[in-house]
Design a protein. Structure first.
Length: 132
């Protein structure tokens, strides 16, 4: 099994989501894969290879993914937890690699500092075969 940040360091509900993504279960893996591909496209638009902040609005993400994946488990809560599981499973560090903001209405947005390191970590997490 791949070693991920130490499962005891990941908040309890997210441990399950990390495993669901690793096992490539829909819609959790679909959310993670969609985000990686979109981050890669966004990052490639910038000529300089510096840090680019990529913002994820879960409500808009849900609308985009629903166009591609039909699944009753595709809820706002599951999308938010899948985002965080992707970050923690990829060994991204809060504040250093990603941060979360909250709107006045209580909605959260997730921000990733996209660079070669963060993209590489996410790719390793999503595409490295599991050892049984």
């Amino acid at each position: 099994m791949l070693e991920v940040k130490g499962l005891n360091e990941i908040p309890i509900p997210l441990v399950n989501y990390v495993e669901l993504i690793r096992e490539r279960k829909s819609p959790y893996y679909d959310v993670a894969k969609f985000l990686l591909k979109d981050m890669e496209m966004y990052y490639s638009r910038w000529e300089q290879r510096s840090v680019v902040v990529y913002t994820i609005n879960p409500r808009i993400l849900q609308e985009e993914i629903e166009k591609k994946v039909k699944n009753e488990k595709l809820t706002n809560v599951n999308i938010c937890r899948s985002i965080l599981a992707l970050f923690y499973g990829s060994k991204l560090e809060e504040e250093e690699d990603f941060y979360i903001t909250t709107t006045s209405g209580g909605r959260r947005n997730y921000h990733v500092k996209v660079n070669d390191k963060t993209l590489s970590n996410i790719q390793k997490f999503l595409f490295t075969p599991r050892l049984m």
